[in-house]
Design a protein. Structure first.
Length: 167
């Protein structure tokens, strides 16, 4: 890949990560890992992206927590090396699971807590609105749980919805 295209991909992935609420360094490291065909050291990651070694280390730990990167040994070298999840669908489901846990689940909990806290003096329109929101989020939660529980079936469903060939 041409250096300009490589850098553009890394920066675009970083900007997209920020738009999704993900740390820019974390997203840029993920992009770099996706472009590498062999393990890359922590030091080389920091140097390639001109970030501190500490920033790279913390971001890599988050990527590992999300399940989209892992540390791998390299024979004859004691440094830490990293690779990305090679299966983009597994990566997609790992990210979706983590985003559901971090973002969607707290929203569901907040709405349920608000519903439970409603008093007798709450306007009927507000009660109805929150009940509808609770129902909508409950449906979304069921759909997400089923979607994430069976990646193979979910991939087939996505292919069907896209009206394209089996993925």
């Amino acid at each position: 890949m041409e250096p300009e295209a490589r850098q553009e991909f890394i920066e675009s992935w970083g900007a997209m990560g920020v738009a999704w609420g993900i740390n820019r360094s974390m997203a840029r490291i993920h992009a770099l890992l996706m472009l590498e065909h062999r393990p890359i050291s922590l030091d080389d990651i920091a140097e390639a992206l001109t970030i501190s070694r500490g920033n790279a280390s913390m971001s890599l730990q988050k990527l590992r927590d999300w399940g989209v990167a892992r540390r791998v040994p390299v024979a004859g070298d004691r440094r830490d090396f990293y690779v990305t999840e090679p299966d983009v669908w597994a990566m997609f489901f790992a990210i979706a699971r983590e985003r559901k846990r971090r973002e969607f689940d707290p929203a569901v909990s907040t709405v349920h807590q608000a519903i439970e806290a409603l008093g007798d003096d709450t306007a009927p329109e507000v009660k109805q609105r929150l009940a509808q929101m609770g129902s909508l989020l409950g449906t979304g939660e069921q759909v997400l749980e089923r979607f994430l529980a069976n990646p193979k079936a979910s991939r087939a469903l996505l292919a069907f919805l896209a009206a394209g060939p089996q993925i």
